[in-house]
Structures are given as C-alpha cells and as structure tokens.
Design a protein around this ligand. Structure first.
Ligand code: TYD
Length: 146
C-alpha cells in the first residue's frame, strides 16, 4: 500500500512547562541523512505547489505552523495527508508524485531532504513520471535509478 511506503512520523515531544521541543536527527527519527532543509510559507489556499516527483530525493514534510495538505500518488494509488501538527511529519520516498495545497495563511511547511538540490532529478511532467514508473516496474524494482 502506498500509505505504508509514505508513513506518518510522530516525533517525540521533549517539551516541559517552558514549552514544546521537537528534535529531528538524520537517520534517527527520519529515515535518511538530512542534506537540505527548506520551508515554504506565504502560500495560500489558491496555490498548488510541488507537482513533481524526484528521481533520487527522499523528503519529510512537517507543518511546523499552520496547516496544508499533500496529495501523494505513485500513479496507481493516491491519498491525501493533512499536515497540521508540528510533531507530525510525512515521509515521501523517491519517485512519488506530490502536490501541496490548501495552505492556511500561517502555514510554514518545513521540508527535510536527503539530497542537495539538483533540478535535473525533478520530474515535472506527470506523463513522463508515469513513463518512468512503468520503466522501473519493468526493470523489476532492482534499484536501477535511470
Ligand atoms: P519548486 O521545486 O518549484 O518548489 P515547490 O516544490 O515548493 O513547488 O522550487 C521553486 C524554485 O526554487 C525553483 O526555481 C527551484 C528553486 N529551488 C532551489 O534552488 N533549491 C531547492 O532546494 C528547492 C526546493 C527549490
């Protein structure tokens, strides 16, 4: 199931009476070493971001403030995750198509990535994504990343 491949991650709350504290460590409570961090804010509910898949990158998405939704598909299955808790993230492996939308005005969407940025590993055309997914299936999922 696609949902099993894109698990919701619940981070421990190390907070106390002074407030909340959430710690994320590469390869400890996220499944990769973190090479890049970026965050998206100032988007609103008319905007759709993402609309791509990545040939190499893995991501964890966390709404550290406000809320948004992410629609996830592998070309066969699809589901929507609501991101609205700073203690909760979603893991997105390589070769998954994602759209982020319905941003609240106060949304700050934090993204942790397993790679440095390389525009060439983005697939921004859904038909091309489906072609590459088919090619990987034929390849028998033996780890060939094209
Ligand atoms: P884009 O991938 O379209 O953002 P989103 O996935 O949120 O819709 O990126 C917008 C621009 O920022 C694009 O010109 C590429 C650039 N960019 C970087 O230079 N480094 C990065 O790590 C990211 C995510 C984007």
């Amino acid at each position: 199931m696609l949902k099993d491949r894109c698990p919701i991650l619940e981070f421990a709350d190390l907070g106390d009476e002074r407030g909340k504290l959430v710690v994320i460590e590469g390869s400890q409570n996220v499944p990769f070493d973190i090479k890049r961090v970026f965050y998206i804010y100032g988007s609103d509910d008319t905007v759709v971001r993402g609309q791509h898949a990545n040939r190499e990158s893995e991501f964890v998405l966390i709404n550290v403030a406000g809320e948004s939704k992410v629609r996830i598909t592998d070309g066969t299955e699809e589901f929507v995750a609501e991101l609205n808790r700073p203690m909760t993230g979603i893991y997105i492996p390589r070769m998954i198509w994602k759209d982020m939308y319905d941003f609240s005005p106060d949304s700050v969407l934090l993204v942790l990535a397993s790679t440095h940025y390389d525009g060439a590993e983005y697939i921004r055309d859904f038909q091309e994504y489906l072609r590459e997914m088919k090619a990987e299936e034929k390849d028998g999922g033996n780890g060939f990343h094209g």
